[in-house]
Design a protein. Structure first.
Length: 160
């Protein structure tokens, strides 16, 4: 491909860690304003297989996006529609202010769609997500204390 002013082209497999290292090295101390993913698996002609392979490509793209996109940035992701897209959407909703799905007329397949994600929020550390005042305590037991006592009194609950 011919070079473009202010652009750097890298070739690599998105599933390999070396490709991510090359991207990070090229960016240096900067982060991307926009990450575009036009990844597509080799289609086998089976809807469920093609959809799951597309979701795998989306996960690879998201892994790179998480490390390279600046806060507030945009992420555009192509995928094959199917049942797992709801899980992908839930993940994207947790990382962006706004997520929209569209099917542009110019897309080659009736099953291909795009997620347009605006306002990258980043990710909180797992430690802050795991902290809870109820850690080590059975969730909801205190809420049902009265009902548990009643069940014991009726002989319907055996604590052993």
């Amino acid at each position: 491909m011919d070079g473009l002013e202010y652009h750097t082209f890298l070739q690599g497999d998105v599933a390999h860690e070396e490709t991510l290292r090359q991207i990070l090295k090229t960016l240096g101390d900067r982060r991307a304003d926009l990450v575009l993913s036009d990844l597509a698996p080799a289609l086998v002609g089976l809807k469920s297989e093609d959809h799951l392979n597309s979701m795998q490509c989306c996960l690879q793209a998201a892994r790179i996006m998480e490390r390279t996109l600046k806060l507030g940035g945009l992420f555009v992701l192509k995928f094959q529609s199917g049942p797992e897209m709801t899980h992908l959407r839930a993940y994207l909703d947790s990382r962006f202010d706004t997520v929209r799905s569209i099917r542009p007329g110019a897309i080659r397949s009736t099953r291909e769609m795009l997620f347009i994600c605006k306002g990258f929020l980043g990710r909180q550390s797992i430690a802050s997500e795991a902290k809870s005042k109820n850690v080590g305590k059975h969730e909801g037991v205190d809420q049902w204390h009265g009902e548990l006592q009643w069940l014991r009194g009726q002989g319907l609950l055996d604590d052993e």
